[in-house]
Design a protein around this ligand. Structure first.
Ligand code: AMP
Length: 530
């Protein structure tokens, strides 16, 4: 079965209904289907055949959803590229994926031409405006080549390469098949948020990442997808959009976006009463921020924990769970919730042995949402999927009620004097100190300890907290080896195109004159001390 059937059915039952809203542009489900089949036909007309890769890089706009569905319809494999990447990074993904066609916004043309030497040979480069060496996107809308319906395709054929953010090396393309996407969609609707036909769903995060995946169940259900039309995230215009369109569900937000929303929200200025659900994830949210968000916007948050290798998701916390845990002041609000219905999770040690509940180890996952492997990277695939279990590289543990705690990426764990310190645990404590806006804890080089625990903090503009205040505050609730030995104050953190704090970049500043970038190796299988 071709995943295009989601759109086919939405157009059959709700053809006149608005599928996509973008600024003043409205696209009905019938038009959405027609545009996708037309783009599909024109891509095949360029000489592509089933299984060929088509990459795109564009700021959020309706064409993204049309191109994704066009690729499904034509049996092609879509390769979304983060719109904030450097042209050289785009070239790497094009080369690695072997993409034959690259569709991009006009704003990237100049950078591509300047770096054309590193770009691989393509069958065609499609630009939104007609530029030298490209074909114009409008040519893909020539209806003479339109397909009548989607091609027949086996469920296990790849349809999407999801490139990881590359925080631990070069980006890798996680292969998703039609079946994986369908399983992801149905599970999203069953376990996380049962989107209803006609529901107004807002996409404020990049459609090349989490929001694009969340759009698929929204389309399957015949919801209306409003695409936030600002080039950068501005909470005030987000609130205005929610109010103007009576948005009921925000498909996906990164924690950094929620923090920005908290800074700008004024109850007397914006009416957000239509909002019933906000999905968030992709990076840890500090408990203090989550509690504040729930008090400000209501008990409408849904947490997703997953990764490109196991898309939406591994575990989750529904809005009801959030509500109950917050009301009971239960620390589980700081977990990533419970395991999804159709996935299995095991915590293992370095020898892949199952660890008992309460012990810390690597989170491994099994189930039908797991990627088929990494594109063109057999060795990385073999290292990541072992005996059918996806090794996430995330360090976590279960509590006695089966709630999954995500401590950190294994690469972010600080090893100080032979002890593992999980930055997140220290950050949660620092966040409780009045005047702290955000905190990142990391290991910095230290002759004696190997790595010393160090905090980098953004404080409120008028706050006069000092490094000593932070360290003293940590001494009240953390073991001595976990409390920061030093503190730096900064005004902002580097943020990725997907809203994640770039810890590696902050860390690199402290390690730049050192040969090694880590002081030891993480020991798994120790008792959690949360
Ligand atoms: P990506 O593949 O770019 O979406 O990144 C996935 C990684 O983001 C995961 O392996 C986790 O380390 C992190 N992540 C995703 N969701 C959450 C969450 N709910 N809480 C904490 N970290 C998360």
């Amino acid at each position: 079965m071709n995943t295009f059937s989601f759109l086919e059915k939405a157009a059959l039952y709700r053809g006149d209904q608005t599928a996509i809203i973008y600024g003043n542009e409205r696209t009905s489900y019938a038009e959405f289907r027609e545009h996708s089949l037309t783009i599909a036909g024109n891509l095949l007309q360029l000489g592509l055949s089933a299984g060929d890769r088509v990459a795109f890089c564009m700021a959020n706009n309706p064409r993204i959803l049309e191109v994704i569905y066009a690729c499904f319809a034509a049996g092609l494999v879509v390769v979304p590229i983060n719109a904030r990447l450097h042209p050289k990074e785009m070239a790497y993904i094009l080369d690695n994926s072997g993409a034959k066609v690259f569709i991009h916004g006009s704003e990237y043309h100049k950078g591509i031409v300047e770096n054309i030497a590193v770009f691989p040979n393509l069958t065609a480069r499609v630009c939104f405006t007609k530029e030298e060496g490209t074909i114009a996107f409008d040519e893909l809308l020539d209806s003479t080549n339109s397909l009548n319906c989607a091609v027949e395709i086996e469920g296990d054929e790849p349809c999407w390469l999801f490139y990881t953010s590359g925080t631990t090396g070069k980006p890798k393309g996680a292969i998703w098949s039609h079946r994986i996407i369908r399983v992801v969609c149905m599970n999203y609707l069953a376990d996380l948020h049962n989107i209803q036909p006609g529901e107004m769903v807002l996409h404020a995060a990049p459609l090349s990442h989490g929001s694009g995946i969340a759009a698929l169940p929204a389309i399957a259900r015949g919801a209306t997808n409003a695409i936030y039309d600002q080039t950068s995230f501005d909470p005030k215009s987000l609130f205005e959009t929610v109010e103007r369109l009576s948005v009921s569900h925000i498909a996906f937000l990164a924690p950094t976006q929620i923090i920005k929303m908290l800074e700008d929200y004024r109850a007397d200025k914006f009416d957000l009463s239509s909002l019933k659900a906000i999905c968030y994830g992709g990076a840890p949210i500090h408990v203090e921020h989550l509690k504040k968000a729930m008090k400000t916007f209501g008990p409408i948050f849904i947490q997703l924990y997953g990764q490109g290798e196991s898309p939406i998701t591994i575990s989750g916390m529904t809005s009801e769970q959030h509500k109950t845990l917050l009301a009971a002041n239960d620390p589980r609000i700081g977990s990533t919730g419970t395991i999804r219905t159709d996935v299995e999770v095991r915590i293992v040690n370095d020898n892949d042995e199952n660890l008992p509940q309460g012990e810390i180890g690597e989170i491994t996952v099994r189930g039908d949402v797991i990627m088929q492997g990494y594109w063109n990277m057999a060795e990385a695939t073999a290292n990541t999927i072992r005996q059918g279990w996806l090794h996430t590289g995330d360090i976590g543990m279960f509590d006695d009620k089966g709630y999954l705690y995500l401590l950190d990426r294994s690469k972010d764990v600080v090893i100080t004097g032979g002890n593992n310190v999980y930055p997140r645990e220290v950050e949660e404590v620092i966040m409780q100190l009045p005047g702290v806006v955000d905190a990142v804890v990391l290991g910095i080089p230290d002759d004696y300890w190997g790595e010393a625990v160090h905090a980098v903090i953004i404080k409120e503009p008028r706050s006069d907290i000092t490094a000593k205040d932070v360290i003293d505050h940590c001494s009240n609730s953390l073991a001595g080896y976990k409390k920061p030995k030093g503190v730096d104050f900064v005004t902002e953190f580097p943020i990725s195109g997907y809203g994640k704090i770039l810890r590696r970049e902050i860390r690199a500043e402290y390690w730049k004159n050192h040969e090694k970038t880590i002081g030891g190796s993480v020991k798994l299988g120790t008792e959690a001390q949360l």
